[in-house]
Design a protein around this ligand. Structure first.
Ligand code: TXA
Ligand code: MG
Length: 335
């Protein structure tokens, strides 16, 4: 039975009445889905342990997988985390935006929010609705992506309703999100910046800013073990539609035998005529933006297999590869 109330809200000029309703829900420990520039988040008061537990149960998320805490300014980040000069420099340059910083947590952050770790992940989203909600609530908001655990992330409010309409209170609908893949997560507790999850902010942008970024083996060679220990969320099969996802690189043999019930998504034009179930993007930006919707669309069309164009590592390609790799069933292939 669905129960979530959906409110349409203007992205650039969020209606105050609606923000007030959502902020009151947050204050009461309820769950509010809201848009960010990356994907929709499922928010609750990050400092309220029982509200945070509600997020885990609504999503069916393993409780050792910590949440990202969303703030509306740097001062709020300083209340929940021990910031360092390096962290402050990155905030100054890239916030608001799709960069999440993992820092040593202050005691005020409940263990449930940080999955039992000593660190906390913090970001300031670049979306007027998200910022208005956080400001009006007056508390930091913990928010994972607003999908059922393991499913493709939600880039519009309808998908949030499909997955979680039964179990949450409010959904703020400001239309589709821009970036389409989640934020880049980096650990800034060490001397060098360590990439934990590639995302909407390309690693190259951080490097151009003068910070060396360590890429765990996973992103160099495609191996998961290293990063799995550091960022619990990367341990689970993720982002996956109900059908199989098979990776294909331009120049490789076509990877599936089936002629029927195959869907395709990517930038490269596929070498075969595989019916109308083809979604083509004209850039990495558009591929990132449409990736999760394309998976859900092809799944609804009833395809058995989605062949996905596996792009090169540059720019947003690294994040797209990561999401595809985790969604795919034949992971061994590109080790
Ligand atoms: O763009 C985004 O980041 C979206 C929007 C809603 O802001 N949020 C999001 O949250 O993607 P979620 O929960 O789906 O992914 C959070 C990732 C997980 O891989 C988690 O393991 C990692 O961040 N993470 C969170 N806290 C961490 C910590 N203290 N140490 C290491 N990794 C952490
Ligand atoms: Mg997620």
């Amino acid at each position: 039975m669905k129960k979530a109330a959906i409110y349409k809200i203007g992205k650039w000029n969020p209606e105050r009445e609606i923000i007030k309703i959502a902020a009151e829900a947050i204050a009461k420990g309820k769950l509010v889905a809201f848009p960010t520039e990356t994907v929709y988040g499922l928010g609750a008061n990050a400092l309220d342990e029982s509200a945070v537990r509600g997020i885990f149960s609504a999503k069916g998320r393993p409780c050792d997988n910590p949440l990202i805490v969303h703030v509306a300014n740097v001062e709020s980040a300083e209340k929940i985390a021990h910031t360092t000069p390096k962290a402050l420099r990155l905030m100054e340059r890239f916030w608001p935006g799709p960069l999440t910083l993992v820092m040593k947590a202050k005691d005020i952050v409940p263990k449930a929010t940080r999955g039992g770790l000593e660190t906390v992940a913090v970001r300031m989203p670049a979306h007027p609705v998200a910022l208005a909600l956080i400001e009006k609530s007056g508390v930091p908001i913990a928010a994972p992506s607003a999908n059922t655990s393991g499913r493709p992330s939600p880039t519009d409010a309808g998908v949030v309703y499909d997955d979680l309409g039964c179990c949450i209170d409010v959904i703020l609908d400001a239309g589709p999100t821009d970036v389409g893949v989640e934020s880049t997560v980096v650990d800034v507790t060490q001397e060098k910046v360590v990439l934990l999850r590639p995302g909407g902010l390309p690693v190259e942008a951080i490097e151009e800013f003068g910070e060396e970024v360590m890429l765990p083996d996973e992103f160099e060679a495609g191996r998961a073990e290293d990063v799995m220990r550091k960022s619990p969320g990367t341990r689970y099969r993720h982002y996956a539609p109900r059908c199989r996802v098979v990776l294909w690189r331009d120049g490789d043999d076509w990877p599936v035998e089936e002629a029927e019930a195959v869907g395709y998504m990517g930038i490269k034009i596929p070498p075969l005529d595989i019916s109308e179930k083809v979604i083509l993007f004209d850039s990495l930006e558009h591929y990132a933006r449409g990736l999760f919707m394309a998976m859900r669309y092809l799944e609804k069309k009833g395809v058995k297999v989605i062949v996905a164009d596996y792009p090169a590592k540059e720019g947003l390609g690294l994040a797209i590869r990561d999401r595809l790799y985790r969604a795919s069933s034949d992971r061994v292939k590109y080790l």
